[in-house]
Design a protein around this ligand. Structure first.
Ligand SMILES: Cc1cc2nc3c(=O)[nH]c(=O)nc-3n(C[C@H](O)[C@H](O)[C@H](O)COP(=O)(O)OP(=O)(O)OC[C@H]3O[C@@H](n4cnc5c(N)ncnc54)[C@H](O)[C@@H]3O)c2cc1C
Length: 89
């Protein structure tokens, strides 16, 4: 775990200038950033391939890893649900 974190911090440091400093102390870590499972969904309709009208969405369904990505995925799924309800597709 320590080796992986050290490697990860160094990799971030190479991508984001100023990320690594001498001023931070790690006291606890999140070992996952999002759901370990993903409910399948069609890339065009955003519906489950077998369950019509089911829109797997957001973090729990495996399509987001934080507040902003969950919000954006929710917006896309809401649009897809409206399309489904109004046109049946
Ligand atoms: C401690 C912690 C810190 C975090 N910090 C950050 C951060 O700093 N930055 C960041 O970007 N992300 C952070 N996240 C992640 C972020 O909060 C989530 O990725 C995001 O909120 C997921 O949004 P969501 O809409 O997919 O799911 P959720 O926000 O979990 O929404 C799911 C909703 O469904 C409802 N629900 C569940 N079951 C049912 C049911 N049967 N019927 C009806 N409703 C139901 C729940 O009550 C909930 O309101 C953090 C998460 C945690 C736990």
């Amino acid at each position: 775990m320590i080796d992986a974190l050290q490697e990860g911090f160094k990799a971030f440091g190479r991508k984001m200038r100023g990320y690594i400093t001498e001023e931070a102390v790690v006291v606890g870590v999140e070992s996952r950033t999002s759901s370990p499972v993903r409910i399948p969904r069609n890339a065009d309709t955003l519906q489950h391939p077998q369950v019509k009208g089911l829109f797997p969405c957001g973090e729990g369904a495996g399509y987001a890893g934080g507040i902003v990505s969950a919000a954006m995925d929710g917006e896309r799924c809401a649009d897809a649900a409206v399309k489904f309800l109004t046109s049946g597709r």
